[in-house]
Design a protein around this ligand. Sequence first.
Ligand code: GDP
Length: 140
Amino acid sequence: MAGNITFTMIKPDAVKNGHIGAILNKMNEGGFKIVAMKYTRLSKEKAGEFYEVHKERPFYGELVDFMSSGPIVAAVLQKDNAVEDFRTLIGATNPAEAAEGTIRALYATSIGENAVHGADSDENALREANFHFSGTDMYM
Ligand code: GDP
């Protein structure tokens, strides 16, 4: 059965471009409840750890530099079928391929600076939520 939790980050590009409010609004309109949230900045080391699964990919260095380049909003979201529904709401990795009306189509600027992160499995959603929040910081 699909889980009801996903993990997201509003990435440094979207924060810098003033899109926090609009993106949170899209999450609310999409039926997601925010159960944990913080405004923070990842160190290069922490960003590297978070994206460790992509270590062998050619863009890893660029991704780590970008994700530690400025503040982000990290959040845990709750909804039935959360992971899949949130991936639909954010759209394809490359904003040029993202469906109309999706968060990335509206607010991302490139495949690297693509406005939001969304966990890609229930297992990763839990791992990523626990990476950023302690259990007592989540209000289910
Ligand atoms: P996601 O699950 O849609 O976020 O996509 P991936 O798991 O494939 O990649 C993780 C993140 O790495 C993406 O959200 C982008 O920020 C970044 N990324 C993916 N492909 C590229 C690329 O070709 N170039 C750069 N610079 N970054 C990329």
